[in-house]
Design a protein around this ligand. Structure first.
Ligand SMILES: Cc1ncc(COP(=O)(O)O)c(C=O)c1O
Length: 393
């Protein structure tokens, strides 16, 4: 008899974490590794947030269990933040604070899906969604997008994949891994289609403030659609405030579903770490200039990366407008020696000390994901070294 349940046998480890771990190991062995694998800002958490956490750690009120759904001042701050950035009016009772957006996503699937329910997931997609859907008993229906269309789905394409079992659409803008950002008009049309067809929307807005065009926030599918009631918003402090390690995210939605997710959480983890919640409170309510400064730094790196990759032999690129990733197509570089992007990524890491994430992890073989959340010097050195290796293939 198998020692591990069939359910968990089907769940692969996170490929992005595996690459970062291998890159760290190689560095510990003294190798010069430049990693484009990171899914997190390279900046430290802003000082005023760390100071708030230090104060919170000294306060015995934070040494004990607290409300499962989150500290009330934080839930209230999340309400203000959501109104300001997503344009959605909500009540604190609709907010569930979670251990990172990841826990919100897993709990959202657990709260919404029954066995056999189909979830439309535009591909390329972030590695974690299919595992959450599978563990909740749902079925992932991957909806392909094309680089030529900026990796975005349209109502027309979604409609082709809709069946009577379709219960949920996962909508991520800006997207990991493609950096695609939907306009208000595009998000509006998709939200309207979902509402008209009784399909729930899980809107992952974790990168909403990392956008590099005219606006300083990505349009929220819930904010631009008054008729979209069956929608869960997922967000957190990880990416905008360089707080990935603090593990604070949240989910917002209708009372019944958020209440069900809260019951799930009350058994799984209970309240999120109080000190981290107080740090998140300082992030949301404090000065926002560090967010702007980080965004400007990412934008500069994005431009450098795009300039260096554009026109390089064997690489095709759609300019990303959000998050901190570029997602070039490299099929022209594949060969019998490196038949897949997985093989190419392994060779790049072992032979040249360059870590990239292969497209297979995102349901997009033939592509690689490069994060530009690394120092300017490493970025330029790393891309040059990678292009040198590609030139020799
Ligand atoms: C699209 C997306 N959503 C959610 C997360 C996870 O966020 P958190 O660190 O808050 O769990 C990530 C992290 O890479 C992500 O890329």
């Amino acid at each position: 008899m198998a020692r591990v349940s069939q359910r968990l046998q089907r769940i692969p480890g996170s490929a992005t974490l595996a690459i970062s771990t291998r890159a760290r190991e190689m560095r510990a062995e003294g190798r010069d590794v430049i990693s484009f694998g990171a899914g997190e800002p390279d900046f430290p958490t802003p000082e005023h947030i760390v100071a708030a956490a230090q104060r919170a750690a000294n306060d015995p009120a934070n040494h004990h269990y607290s409300a499962n759904a989150g500290l009330q001042p934080l839930r209230e701050a999340i309400v203000e933040y959501t109104q300001a950035h997503s344009g959605v009016p909500v009540d604190p009772s609709q907010v569930l604070v979670t251990t990172g957006a990841k826990q919100a996503i897993f709990q959202a699937f657990a709260a919404l899906l029954d066995p056999g329910d189909e979830v439309l997931l535009p591909a390329p997609h972030w590695v974690t969604y299919p595992s959450g859907i599978d563990l909740a008993g749902g079925v992932t229906v991957s909806v392909p997008t094309a680089m030529e269309n900026g990796f975005k789905v349209t109502v027309e394409v979604l409609e082709r994949y809709r069946t009577e079992k379709t219960s949920l659409l996962v909508f991520v803008s800006p997207s990991n891994p493609t950096g695609a950002v939907y306009t208000a008009e595009e998000a509006g049309a998709i939200g309207h289609w979902a509402a008209a067809n009784g399909i729930w929307v899980l809107a992952d807005e974790i990168y909403q403030r990392l956008v590099y065009q005219d606006e300083d926030v990505a349009p929220s599918i819930a904010g631009v659609n008054a008729d979209l009631e069956d929608c869960l918003l997922v967000n957190g402090v990880a990416k905008s405030f360089a707080m990935t390690g603090w593990r604070v995210g949240w989910m917002i939605g209708p009372d019944d579903v958020v209440g069900a997710a809260a019951r799930h959480q009350s058994h799984a983890t209970g309240n999120v770490n109080n000190v981290a919640q107080m740090a998140a409170l300082a992030a949301l309510t404090g000065a926002q200039d560090t967010v702007v400064a980080m965004r400007e730094a990412f934008n500069k790196r994005r431009q450098t990366m795009v300039a260096m990759l554009s026109g390089a032999e064997g690489i095709e690129l759609a300019e990303p407008h959000g998050a901190f990733y570029v997602f070039p197509k490299v099929t022209a570089l594949l060969s019998p020696s490196y038949p897949t992007t997985l093989a190419l990524a392994e060779a790049l890491l072992e032979e040249a000390g360059i870590a990239v994430v292969p497209g297979e992890s995102f349901g997009a073989p033939g592509f690689i994901r490069l994060s530009y959340a690394l120092s300017d010097a490493d970025l330029e050195r790393g891309v040059s070294r990678m292009l040198e290796v590609f030139g020799r293939l």
